[in-house]
Write a protein that binds this ligand. Structure first.
Ligand SMILES: [Fe+2]
Length: 276
């Protein structure tokens, strides 16, 4: 059985029509991951999965990784609750960092960053709360030949501190997290041969460049990747589920109020390719 797919933009996004009864079907899950590779972001409108179903579906998509045990909010049976409400997320100040483009897990050394992130909407905000995605495959592919050659061997240091630097005065980072950083290639050549940029607010510096020169380059690349042709804004409805290629698409949320009630559940599919 072939899923009905409606592309959103040539460079990013597709709506996929899936029935809840299909989420445990291995062949369907394989198709979904192929669609993630092809479109970067896939949207299942109003799929309405329970927590248990989201975990089961994630486990069909690949090996489920749970790095939330060491992330703010802790582990609630494998789901990471994204909320600014301190009753739902014990360190909501970290969630403020999601207002800025990033890829999940890039600052975690020793493990490959998640292959895919899975986000389900439980409660929307009355204002804001939409999620924007930007394809860094498209951003890379559209670079000039000179830029591609110049960036090919650059390496970037990602850190937890950099990920929240825009809201640093609102975040008290414990020393263990303050020390967390990882060096990643700027251009990642995936096993399939495609290349994406590994960028985002966790990117703190470029190895071999001054702080100013490195950040100027990283910010310029973020602005480039965020252009309308490469990006998609998702307006959530309760029950929507979105899966995206975490190392090929940046994501950020449009700011929403602490008391907005917005609540999302995230799960992650483990990365299978170790970054050099
Ligand atoms: Fe994230």
């Amino acid at each position: 059985m072939t899923l009905k797919v409606e592309p959103i933009k040539p460079a990013i996004g597709a709506v996929v029509h899936l029935d809840r009864s299909q989420i445990t079907d291995a062949a369907i899950a394989k198709q979904c991951m192929e669609l993630v590779d092809k479109h970067g972001v896939i949207v299942f409108p109003k799929l309405g999965l329970t927590d248990e179903e989201q975990i089961a579906f994630t486990e069909k998509l690949g090996a489920r990784v749970n790095f939330t045990t060491s992330a703010p909010g802790g582990d609630k049976g494998g789901l990471y609750t994204i909320s600014l409400d301190p009753k739902l997320n014990s360190e909501p100040e970290y969630v403020l960092g999601t207002f800025f483009y990033h890829m999940d897990g890039l600052a975690m050394e020793g493990i490959p960053p998640p292959k895919a992130s899975v986000l389900a909407c439980r409660r929307t905000a009355p204002k804001g709360g939409q999620t924007e995605f930007a394809s860094t495959y498209a951003a890379y592919e559209a670079l000039s030949a000179e830029d591609k050659a110049e960036f090919e061997n650059l390496r970037v240091v990602h850190s937890v501190v950099a990920g929240v630097r825009e809201v640093a005065d609102a975040v008290d980072i414990e020393p263990r997290k303050r020390a967390r950083k990882a060096e990643r290639p700027l251009v990642w050549t995936h096993k399939c041969g495609r290349k994406s940029l590994l960028i985002g607010y966790t990117a703190d510096s470029v190895v071999g460049m001054s702080k100013a020169e490195g950040r100027a380059l990283l910010i310029r690349l973020l602005e480039w990747a965020g252009q309308p042709a490469f990006s998609y804004r998702h307006y959530w409805s309760v029950g929507d589920l979105v899966v995206w290629d975490n190392c090929g698409a940046l994501h950020r949320v449009i700011p929403y109020a602490t008391d907005s009630g917005r609540m999302m559940n995230r799960t992650s599919v483990a990365g299978v390719e170790m970054l050099a």
